[in-house]
Ligand binder design. Structure first.
Ligand SMILES: CC(C)(COP(=O)(O)OP(=O)(O)OC[C@H]1O[C@@H](n2cnc3c(N)ncnc32)[C@H](O)[C@@H]1OP(=O)(O)O)[C@@H](O)C(=O)NCCC(=O)NCCS
Length: 266
């Protein structure tokens, strides 16, 4: 018999959740097969909340999951999946409803998630559960034609965080939020004219600048560490998106951020 229970009630461990994740994402629209350490680190940095997360367990095996994070009064779906042989039987719907009910009972205000354009089954599921699109997001890979650090200096995250806050016109998504990234070893550059870029291992988490030329300089400086990946650039940021395209960046994924506004039960 299949049980839908919160992660702590299930008695399974993170190793079992990792196995289920690898199986459920084995036919995903993009390759996503992290090793156990990377999977656990991603859960930890995003704020995985075991009591807010639900699993479907059948005969001791995790066959479906909704891995959820909590921060303040917000919830975020880190990942959801159902093993291939168990799909189309309403498991993800039941897991989603359980996670939403738990969020409402905890007094959360909103539930957030991202879904890749073209993942029709997931998008239909989220719409069915009441989620609505808040914004479109682009993901780029950039092999910069001319890396150049000369107009920027390396700085600490505290300093660049202020500069980014000053010049940003949009909020980073959950995975690039300051709370998510602040525990990682970060590389940051500050521009002499105002603005900054922060990332880790070629992944750009946040970038904002006073003008287009400063933005271009920051990308050139960051590219001195190697090729860059920018996940979840707001598509409405036409200045940054046009600059990336001019530099020859490849837009490899389009995503939608979705939000479910939760009723106040108190
Ligand atoms: C998306 C996923 C979690 C759905 O799991 P599931 O347990 O099969 O989902 P359900 O049986 O509860 O179906 C939920 C809804 O999804 C949609 N859906 C499910 N399978 C579908 C399909 N093959 N085509 C179109 N819509 C589909 C339907 O709207 C369905 O509701 P309905 O049956 O009332 O119309 C599963 O396909 C999966 O693990 N995919 C790979 C990993 C992934 O993409 N995760 C989401 C990342 S954002």
């Amino acid at each position: 018999m299949t049980r839908i229970v919160s992660f702590p009630e299930s008695g399974v461990d993170l190793g079992a959740l990792h196995c289920a994740m690898l199986a459920a994402f084995s036919d995903y629209v993009v390759p996503l097969q992290p090793d156990a350490d990377t999977f656990k680190a991603a859960l930890r940095s995003r704020g995985f909340d075991p009591a807010a997360s639900f699993v479907a367990v059948d005969d001791g095996e995790v066959i479906g999951f909704w891995n959820v994070a909590t921060r303040n009064n917000q919830r975020y779906l880190i990942g959801s999946g159902t093993r291939i042989s168990h799909r189309g039987r309403g498991l993800a719907s039941r897991l989603g409803m359980a996670a939403i009910r738990a969020a409402e009972n905890a007094g959360s205000e909103s539930f957030w998630l991202e879904v890749i354009e073209g993942n029709e089954s997931a998008e239909r599921l989220y719409r069915k559960l009441g989620f609505e699109v808040t914004r479109k997001l682009d993901c780029y890979r950039l092999d910069h034609p001319s890396p150049d650090p000369s107009t920027c200096e390396r700085s600490d995250f505290g300093t660049v965080a202020n500069a980014i806050q000053r010049y940003s016109t949009w909020e980073p998504t959950w995975q690039n939020a300051t709370e998510t990234i602040s525990g990682s070893p970060l590389t940051s550059f500050l521009h002499e004219k105002g603005g900054a870029i922060v990332g880790a291992g070629g992944l750009v988490h946040q970038i904002a600048a006073s003008d287009l030329s400063a933005l271009a300089d920051l990308l050139a400086a960051a590219a001195t560490v190697g090729s860059l990946t920018l996940v979840n650039v707001e598509s409405a940021d036409s200045v940054l998106c046009s600059l990336l395209q001019e530099l020859g960046a490849d837009r490899f994924i389009v995503q939608y951020e979705m939000r479910l506004s939760l009723p106040n039960l108190s």
